[in-house]
Design a protein around this ligand. Structure first.
Ligand code: HEM
Length: 366
């Protein structure tokens, strides 16, 4: 689609478009909020809302005349296309310190991101008061948007870290592949299941959070040179799926459902296979499921001459502890950990949607 609606009960970029149809280009940008007072922060949120609305809608920028700096970078030409842009705005736990007097309004499950046993944390790539997830059909659209937003919010927001992501189209069919060569996103919940796992419904939470969602971002380097030397059978056992088709090892087609009950001794899908640990498919673990919406990243070359490339893992859920952390704890020490290195990211609360022209991000919070 050329554009996605900006207004609604929920923000775009989570279920719209559906993760399986997500835009090809993205960037994830974390900021420190430098606004000094609650009033300044309120103005900042209004400005951010206005820019996100304008950019997601598209249209010609204002003409200020030749004696002024141009209103727009013109990276997308004179008439700005929406080009499928979605702006998804979240806030980190650090925003709820003493600064703006918001401590008692913090979402119940928002904490700083934990460090997990196999992590190699790099503070330069972690946390933030505010996170923008920008997705669009082309990378120049995403660049144009972040440039516009930083220009209009100078003084209130300071860039902290930023990473660009791209998405693989079906090759040759079905779900796109990650940089380890496996289809990624196959078993994502869809439709009503996804909605009931993702949106905060207000229970056990401050009322203003209703319609929002918790977002986890994990920047995960992939040691691709090392991976490419692993036998296919071992790669497939690590995930529990076939590389070519994406089918579970006990099935034949990508969307076949693994049947662990029929394989109690794990003769077909190993006990420590990624998919079996991530989702054991038992009644007790049903409410732990989450919605993944990940992208590939490429940061060039590391100091040793290896490709600095990997996975921007991102997922959405109602409760980070019940969903992401439970799964992540179960994945600790899985065979895949030898080939990946989580180094950054953070936990954020995606604000409820902006419902109409008069509404703005965080109105209920402030
Ligand atoms: C499934 C890759 C990290 C949770 C999968 C699949 C692949 C994959 C190939 C199977 C296809 C699919 O259903 O999408 C990776 C890679 C990772 C990574 C390469 C790291 C670089 C994580 C993390 C979590 C996670 C950090 C959450 C804590 C899941 C879940 C499933 C899944 C819930 C679906 C399992 C199912 O319902 O059958 N992942 N993953 N993954 N992954 Fe990951």
């Amino acid at each position: 689609k050329s554009s996605y609606p900006f207004h609604g009960e929920h923000q775009a970029g989570i279920l719209t478009p559906a993760p399986a149809d997500r835009q090809n280009a993205s960037c994830f940008v974390a900021f420190d909020v430098t606004a000094a007072t609650k009033a300044e922060f309120t103005d900042l949120m209004k400005t951010l809302t206005a820019r996100a609305r304008a950019l997601s809608t598209g249209g010609a920028p204002q003409d200020l005349g030749p004696s002024y700096p141009p209103a727009d970078s013109a990276v997308l030409g004179p008439d700005i296309p929406a080009d499928g842009l979605t702006v998804t705005t979240g806030v980190g736990a650090s925003l709820f310190d003493q600064r703006f007097g918001l401590a008692d309004r913090k979402p119940a499950h928002l904490t700083p991101m934990r460090t997990f046993p196999d992590d190699s944390p790099d503070p330069a790539w972690m946390h933030g008061d505010l996170l923008l997830q920008l997705c669009g059909h082309n990378q120049d659209t995403v660049h144009h948007a972040i440039r516009d937003i930083t220009r209009h919010t100078r003084g209130g927001l300071q860039l902290r870290w930023k990473i660009q992501g791209y998405n693989s189209p079906p090759r040759p069919s079905g779900t796109g592949r990650n940089l380890l060569g496996f289809k990624d996103g196959t078993a994502n919940p869809t439709g009503g299941d996804a909605a009931s796992l993702v949106w905060v419904d207000g229970s056990g939470e401050p009322a203003w959070t209703k319609g929002g969602s918790y977002q986890v971002v994990r920047l995960i380097r992939m040691l691709v040179e090392f991976w490419d030397r692993v036998a296919i059978a071992e790669q497939e056992n690590m995930f529990g799926r076939r590389r070519e088709s994406g089918a579970p090892l006990d099935g034949s087609k990508e969307f076949d459902i693994p049947n662990y009950a029929a394989d109690p001794d794990a003769a077909v899908i190993p006990k420590d296979a990624h998919i079996r640990l991530a989702n054991p498919r038992t009644p007790e673990t049903a409410d732990q499921q989450l919605l993944r919406r990940s992208y590939n990243y490429d940061l060039g070359v590391d100091a040793n001459g290896n490709l600095a490339t990997g996975h921007i893992f991102t997922c959405f859920q109602q409760d980070i502890q019940r969903q992401f952390e439970t799964i992540q704890d179960r994945l600790a020490g899985e065979p895949l950990t030898d080939y990946v290195q989580p180094f950054g990211g953070g936990y954020f609360f995606v604000l409820p949607g902006v419902v109409d022209e008069k509404d703005w991000y965080a109105r209920g919070l402030l």
